[in-house]
Structures are given as C-alpha cells and as structure tokens.
Design a protein around this ligand. Structure first.
Ligand code: SF4
Length: 198
C-alpha cells in the first residue's frame, strides 16, 4: 500500500471513529458539533446560516439540528439587538454543562497521554491537513483573530483586559472575544521561505 492509499484509509477510519463516538447520551454527531461550535464562536458568528456553513450542511438541515437542541434546552434563539431581522443562537447554561460530557473529550484524554513533542507534531499535521482541505474546497474559512487579515493588535486596555481591533466590524475586541472562532475570518497571507522576495 502506498502513502496515498494509507493516508486515505487512515482518514476514512478517523472520520468514522469520530462520528461513532458522538452518538452519545441524548445527542447525535451534528448536534454535538453545533453545540460545540456555538460555545466557541464569537458574537459575529452565531446565526443559523453560520452554523450551517460551519457544519458544511444546508440551512434546512442546520435549522433542524438547532430545533432539536432547542427542544432539549441546550440552545436558545434571540433576536439580534443590532438587526431585528437576524436570529442569534446561543448555548444555554444546560448546553454548556452538557459539553462537559463531550465524547470528543475522551480523545483529548488519549492525546494528553502523549509526550509534548508528539502532541505538537500531531497538532501541526492536523492543522496542515485542514488548511489543505479548506483551500481545496474554497469553502468558508473559520478562524481566530490573531491569524485574520482584519485584526489589529491594540495596546489599549478595557478594564484590566488587553484588547484588539476588528477592522471589518470597526469595533474593539476584548481578550475573551479574540480567542473565539469567527465566521468572518479572512486568513492572513502565508509566506513560504521559498516565496520570491518583494
Ligand atoms: S478580526 Fe477577523 S476573526 Fe477577528 S472578529 Fe474581526 S473578522 Fe473576525
């Protein structure tokens, strides 16, 4: 078996294993994924259509997933204060508590048993694979402020918190917001050491 076949088989097994363990408690994989996303997403990324983009599914399927989560008391829908036509979905305290039993936590515990170097190699490989897949799909890119083209570091403080600035939203960002996933993220250009000098 060559490397390509081996990689394809490993990836296939990994995806199936990750799905299987998420049929857990009263949720199915898509519901766990949506709940996990909503708990990690920033305030610009909480609409049903952004959940659909993140899950790589249709708006109808995402709405069904959100309705199930809502009926179980794990998320709630509210009207955006900025635009009344927009619905915002947020996890409830029960939803956040549910995530403490996230089945993917068992995988993280396994990884935790590995050495520091092995963990770094694993993380870098997975990130690289994800970047390649996103480029291929030309799909929606979710990411974090420090790697975003619209982010500006700021030396000012908000209370005791450092803040940054989002040029897209034209708004200051608290430290807690900077570490959340954003649906409006635009990747900073990455330069390879072999890129021609400008
Ligand atoms: S800087 Fe980028 S990632 Fe951060 S909030 Fe703005 S658009 Fe989103």
């Amino acid at each position: 078996m060559d490397n390509k076949e081996q990689l394809s088989l490993t990836l296939d097994q990994l995806i199936r294993a990750a799905r299987e363990i998420q049929y857990s408690e009263d949720l199915v994989p898509a519901q766990w994924e949506a709940l996990r996303y909503l708990a990690r997403a920033n305030k610009y990324s909480l609409t049903p259509s952004m959940v659909a983009n993140f899950l790589g599914t249709t708006k109808g399927t995402a709405s069904q997933t959100l309705r199930s989560l809502e009926s179980k008391g794990y998320v709630k829908r509210v009207q955006s204060t900025l635009d009344k036509r927009v619905t915002i979905v947020t996890p409830t305290p029960a939803g956040l508590e549910k995530l403490e039993t996230d089945p993917l936590g068992t995988v993280l515990k396994l990884v935790d048993g590995e050495g520091r170097e092995e963990k770094e190699i694993l993380l870098k490989s997975l990130e690289r694979l994800l970047t390649l897949m996103k480029t291929q799909n030309n799909g929606c890119h979710f990411g974090y402020c420090p790697q975003c083209r619209n982010f500006q570091k700021s030396k000012s403080k908000f209370g005791n918190e450092n803040v940054g600035f989002c040029r897209l939203a034209n708004e200051e960002l608290k430290e807690t917001e900077i570490s959340k996933i954003c649906a409006k993220f635009t990747q900073l250009p990455t330069f390879s050491p072999n890129s021609p000098k400008r």
